[in-house]
Structures are given as structure tokens and as C-alpha cells.
Design a protein around this ligand. Sequence first.
Ligand code: GUN
Length: 289
Amino acid sequence: MSDRAVTSTNRATILDGKAIAAEVTAEVAAETDASGLRPGLAVVLVGDDPASAVYVRNKTRSAERVGFYHVQHTLPADTSEAELIQLIDRLNADDRVDGILVQLPLPGHIGKERVLDRVLPQKDVDGFHPMNAGLLTWRRPCLVPCTPAGVMELLRRTGQNLRGEEAVIVGRSNIVGKPMIQLLEQADCTVTLAHSRTRDLATVVGRASVVVAAVGVPELVKGAWIRDGARVIDVGINRAPSGRLVGDVEFAAAAERAAFITPVPGGVGPMTIAMLMRNTLTAAKRRLP
Ligand code: GUN
């Protein structure tokens, strides 16, 4: 990890996701250049959700920066499910496109699962297709969801081994919590999945030397729960009543106890896009004869 990617507080080393994402992106750009390939990313946005528009713009910009072919399809909010599926089919058949990303959320009249299931698993750079989820469980080559992959990259770049560590994930979403189970287990952690119904969350979190908070509740994980010297990765991005962005972890108090911690914003967020670029390059390499 480069020096600029870490800053020490009184206690915890802050994992600077922005700097680490820039390192990953530079690696992807260099590997792309060396491969002689032109990986292609298609991003699909339906409707005019302003947050989604920002995410999509950032993904397209990043693809441009690493030298990918990229195309963005922006469809009106009243697009039918059949029209969206037709577009997916065209992108599946388009040889320039190695990766297809359908930005979520989709408008309510569109069946999210029917759309995501239509993306060819080998072009599913979000790792949302059930085929990729199953392959991940069986530890077979697949495309790993970008946010969990980014969490693992942050943990790797602490330079500390994960073997035998007690990892606690808080939150059981398909996109983050569930794939985190597989990735942490594959790194030889002992994994606990905690969620909104977990009894005595404080004690469960207190056992962990690795905490991944992805529950979407502002500052649910209290600093006082954190075990001394733990690695704390905060996937949450929540708007506090004051308007400030906060994570799922009480940052300042947790930083007093943790050895490593991610800030919000500027922690996991930027890693998601960097890992999308990595997945698109991986998909392009795998499509070679
Ligand atoms: N909406 C919020 N996060 C994501 C993501 O990682 N991928 C997609 N496709 N949509 C999202």
C-alpha cells in the first residue's frame, strides 16, 4: 500500500478508499494497455433518479480513463420491461461489450430479477446473476460483486493476514452481506453473519477482529462495541438528519479502538467503481478464445 493511502489517527489507520481505488484503477489501466485488448462496458440507466445518474456518470468516466470502449444507454422511466430486455439481448450479442451493468434501482413496474437474470453471466460485471452467486459459493471462477470485492481489496491492502480471524458481517443483503460470507470464508476467516434480528449485536460485534458493516442504518455499530485492534470496514452511506453523510459505524469512537477503519465518504464507495473496472477487464480476458 502506498504511503498516501493511509493516515494515522490516535489509534486507527484510516484506509483511504479514494487513494486505494486510484491505485487499483491505475493497475487496471496498465494491464489493459499491456493486454492489447479493448474491454467494453455498457451501462444502462432507466429513469431519472439523480443519485443513479451521478453513479452512472462516474462509472462511465472511469471506463473512459482506463481506456475501455464504453457506451451508456439512458432510457425514460416509462420504458417497458420488454424494451429493457430487448436492449440487454442486444448488448449480450454485441462483441464490443464485455460487461453490462444495469443501474439499480429500476422503476417499480420493471421486474428487477427478470432483467438481471437476462444478462449473460460472463458479461455480468456487477456479479448479480444467480449463476455468479452460485459459482462464488462453490469457489469457482466467477464475477464477484464489486462492493464486496472492494472490501476484500481494502482488507488485503492493510497487509495483515485474514487467516483464522473472527469476521462479523452486519447486514444480509444479496449485494453485499451474502457474498461477503463467501469471500471472507475463502480468505480463511471464521465468519458470522449478523443482521437486524441478531440478539445482542454488541457482543457479537465485540468478538470480531474484522467487522464489515453493511446494514444501512446510520451509526448502528457503536464505537464501544469494537474489539481493540479490529479492522473495521464500513459499507454504509446514510444521510444523517443534519445532512452529513455517515456510515453504519460510529466512526470517531470506533477509530479509538480499531487498528484500521474506513471513512464515510471516501472508504468503500470509490472501491466499488475500481472493482467494476477490474471485473470488466477480467470479463474481456475470459472471453478470449
Ligand atoms: N445501485 C447501487 N449500487 C449499485 C451497484 O453496485 N450496482 C448497480 N448496478 N446498481 C447499484
